[in-house]
Design a protein. Structure first.
Length: 342
């Protein structure tokens, strides 16, 4: 059994039994409470209540001018909420987990969460059209339906979903607790950083937290669809592999030597391909016996075999090789019969 630090990098021999989260009563209660909070924030902004007043107070306070020494660090920290870099990092990690655990579920969960994030958050952004603090036109106004796309905060919602998916896919309760705390801290920091930089109102950040949490809480409802998608993708992969294997089995093997047998399916026999090649004369009998052979397509006709003279019976071998003698001292030339196709 391996005990070094690289042991966990090996692929597991069999897919582990992963417990898929279910929509329990606790999760349903959290989902309902988060949805109520989400709707309350939207109504408070639509009615220009005290929350909009608080937004303006924080914006006029200009935190980026009060604590300028934090500006350089927070400019880099806010990247943890950008969709492109964070999606690439998390997808690389979940891709390794998918390979190691013989399952596509981690990548499919990430794809489903990002799809829900784009649809829900993007629809509310475009529907409400709120302008950001740097583009506000009237003090105390909610700046709604003005062609903006700032409400809710996409950075904040993306940080909640992207880092929270790691906790959702954790395989042990201990890892789930640690990753949940870590993702909450990262998402909280990203949201407050956007308020510090003046790119979002505080109400944008509150709604972004609620939007991301709603997506994570609703993921168990997507698990049956993800299971069907995984089975379909793996089935397509298996069919493609079988097709490749069958094609490899049909590839002919080349003959080892020049005179070896040729594959029959590459060079099918032609009609009339069998031809007589030679007629040998029987040794010591005085009568010729015809021996017919067949030639393979594409190969020269075999030369007639001749008996080699031996030291003990040289005269008989020479006589057999020369054929019948007509007169003494005279020799009849051997008969040559034309080769016919029949």
């Amino acid at each position: 059994m391996r005990t070094d630090i690289f042991a966990r990098l090996d692929r597991e021999p069999e897919p582990p039994k992963i417990e898929v989260p279910r929509m329990t009563r606790t999760r349903l209660a959290l989902f309902g409470g988060t949805l109520a909070f989400y709707l309350a924030i939207v109504v408070a902004v639509l009615l220009s209540t005290w929350l909009v007043t608080l937004d303006w107070k924080i914006m006029l306070f200009r935190p980026y001018q009060q604590w300028q020494e934090l500006h350089a660090f927070l400019d880099y920290y806010v990247v943890l909420g950008q969709r492109g870099p964070t999606a690439v990092m998390v997808a690389a990690w979940l891709g390794w987990r998918s390979w190691r655990q013989h399952t596509l579920r981690p990548l499919l969960c990430l794809g489903a969460a990002l799809l829900l994030l784009n649809v829900t958050v993007g629809a509310v952004k475009l529907g409400l059209g709120r302008l950001g603090p740097h583009y506000a036109t009237q003090v105390g106004s909610a700046e709604l339906f003005a062609g903006g796309d700032i409400f809710p905060s996409g950075h904040t919602a993306n940080a909640v979903v992207t880092w929270g998916i790691l906790a959702y896919l954790a395989t042990t309760p201990r890892a789930r607790r640690y990753l949940s705390a870590l993702s909450a801290v990262v998402a909280l920091g990203v949201g407050l950083t956007t308020v510090y930089l003046g790119t979002h109102w505080l109400s944008d950040v509150l709604l972004g937290w609620a939007a991301g949490l709603l997506i994570l809480l609703a993921l168990p409802w997507c698990e049956p669809v993800l299971a069907v998608a995984e089975a379909w993708i793996l089935g397509v992969r298996d069919r493609l592999r079988e097709q490749l294997r069958s094609r490899r089995r049909l590839v002919p093997s080349l003959p080892v030597a020049g005179g070896g047998p040729l594959p029959g399916h590459l060079f099918p026999p032609r009609p009339g391909a069998e031809e007589p090649v030679r007629e040998a004369v029987g040794a010591g009998s005085g009568r010729g016996t015809a021996a017919r052979g067949t030639a393979r397509p594409g190969q020269p006709l075999a030369a007639p075999r001749t008996a080699h003279p031996s030291h003990h019976a040289g005269h008989h071998a020479v006589r057999s090789e020369r054929g019948p003698v007509g007169q003494a001292g005279s020799r009849r030339p051997p008969h040559s019969r034309p080769v016919t196709g029949g």
